[in-house]
Design a protein around this ligand. Structure first.
Ligand code: ADP
Ligand code: ASP
Ligand code: MG
Length: 470
């Protein structure tokens, strides 16, 4: 049967009851698969709390950071107390939890004294949720008689030093995984690996970006030649829309890698966008399943399908965006304006989520995260100072508080009338579309709407286009 990599998200390991449920699943499938690697996230809310504690310390608010640390200590103690009875490993595990929480305390104290929180320190702090939880989970498996060992991904996933959003160095990672994980797997031990984190070649802790445990599972799946990767979460699979926004959203039984990567990239939090790459390269099937409803088969993400081309399968939204427009009649025919605009954006390290074509050459329009917008507009103004002075460019301006709504389905670009159907649906609800763009792949179309219209736009497209047959 090969090797199965199973990843449990924050809610799936967020309480004693959830951990029990997740451990039941490990036990059940360990009996059926030859080898198994488990990846765990921090308990739900813990990474947020860790980041809040670091920020409070940076701001000089020691009351708040101490209170958060106190809460984290008691939450983890409580869970250990419920899961492990007196005797056994309980005392030892509580001591381990205390040691890691003390580490948090020292980090926050240093940040507090220095009044400075570097991305590197923030990664060290936010890694602690996973480091604690992997140890708890492995102990719970051992208590059930399974052979298991907690492994920090700092020993496995070697990354660059782009703290907060580090990229794995795959060759070294592959070597570390075979050195450290293979002997365990060959020996019938189930490694419980921390999601979300890695380390530089020098051993400094990094993180793979928020929601990065999915990525951990995919990287390990690639490195151990997994037969399948399963991510267990708190919904029945990848759905036609975020169920929190659209209560009648449905599970999508199968999706292609490119469809799900568009969905993830444009805000469907159910999978970290970078997860897709390692599994696609290997052609490893990826399943998204519900820990709390395991009999539901979930969503299977596989290579390229697809019989029903041109059908919209899902809709998603990504908030906190700004649309920047560079406009002026004198831009017409001036070579290099677009290239210079985008180099100015790139120099600010801003990622462009979408570029919209205007009907004429008189404007360039693109969408970036709002937190980068003032820097970006200033950089373009500096770059174009001469054109602005000559009025070849009239102005560089931004429309803040916009949302990108994206419809996803294979083959959309080649299907006539898709944009018309989307516009029609939004028109019925009097929602104004600010801009439109076709995705980089052929399976998405994105619309920009004002933030106040975002939920309405997603619900309307879901109702009128997806439920009516895509
Ligand atoms: P985990 O901690 O298990 O990784 P996340 O909270 O990161 O879980 O992701 C699961 C959540 O993603 C769901 O609870 C759901 O609210 C949200 N979500 C957003 N879009 C979708 C979608 N299209 N399908 C399923 N879930 C979605
Ligand atoms: N715990 C991390 C986060 O909250 C990683 C994850 O949950 O995937 O972002
Ligand atoms: Mg997640």
């Amino acid at each position: 049967m090969g090797t199965l990599v199973m990843k449990f998200g924050g809610t799936s390991v967020g309480s004693a009851e959830a951990i029990t449920q997740a451990a039941d699943l490990v036990q059940e499938y360990a009996a059926r698969w030859q080898k198994m690697v488990v990846v765990v996230s921090a308990m739900s809310g813990v990474t947020d709390a860790l980041i809040r504690s670091a920020r409070a310390a940076e701001m000089g608010d020691d009351t708040t950071y101490r209170a958060i640390i106190g809460d984290l200590r008691s939450r983890h103690h409580d869970v250990v107390g419920r899961l492990l009875t007196q005797g056994g490993e309980r005392v030892q595990l509580l001591a381990t939890v205390d040691r890691l929480i003390d580490e948090l305390s020292s980090f926050c104290y240093s940040v507090h004294i220095l009044g400075e929180l570097t991305p590197r320190a923030l990664d060290a702090i936010s890694s602690l949720g996973e480091r604690i939880n992997a140890r708890i989970f492995a102990a719970v498996l051992r208590r059930r008689g399974l052979r298991s060992e907690a492994v920090d991904a700092t020993q496995l996933i070697i990354t660059d030093d782009n703290f907060q959003n580090a990229a794995p160095l795959m060759e070294i990672t592959r070597a570390k995984v075979s050195e450290r994980l293979r002997p365990l797997l060959d020996d019938g031990v189930i490694p419980v690996v921390t999601g979300f984190i890695g380390a530089t070649e020098q051993g400094v802790i990094t993180t793979l970006g928020r929601g990065g445990s999915d990525y951990t599972a995919a990287i390990l799946g690639d490195c151990v030649d997994a037969a399948e990767v399963w991510t267990w979460t708190d919904v029945d699979g990848v759905m036609t829309a975020d169920p929190r926004l659209v209560p009648d959203a449905r599970v999508i039984p199968t999706l292609s890698y490119s469809e799900v990567s568009e969905l993830a990239y444009f805000g469907a939090k159910v999978l970290h966008p970078k997860t897709i790459l390692p599994v696609v390269q290997r052609g490893i099937p990826l399943w998204v399943k519900n820990t709390f409803n395991p009999s539901c088969p979930g969503t299977c993400i596989t290579g390229e399908p697809e019989q029903e081309r041109g059908r919209i399968k899902a809709v998603t939204a990504i908030k906190g965006m700004s649309m920047v427009t560079v406009e002026g009649r004198g831009m017409l025919g001036v070579p290099g304006i677009a290239a210079r605009t985008f180099s100015a954006v790139a120099r600010q390290g801003a990622s462009v989520l979408m570029i919209s074509q205007a009907s004429s050459e008189q404007s360039i329009c693109f969408v970036i995260p709002t937190e980068t917008v003032s820097r970006v507009v200033r950089a373009i103004e500096e770059e174009m100072a001469r054109e602005l002075a000559r009025s070849d460019i009239d102005r560089v301006w931004s429309w803040d508080d916009v949302v990108i709504v994206t419809a996803v389905g294979a083959g959309l670009r080649n299907t006539p009338g898709v944009a018309a159907r989307l516009f029609g649906a939004l028109g019925q609800a009097s929602i104004n579309v600010i801009a439109i763009a076709q995705g980089s792949s052929e399976c998405s179309i994105s619309l920009v709407v004002e933030a106040k219209d975002a939920a309405g736009a997603v619900q309307q497209i879901h109702k009128e286009v997806i439920l009516n047959g895509g």
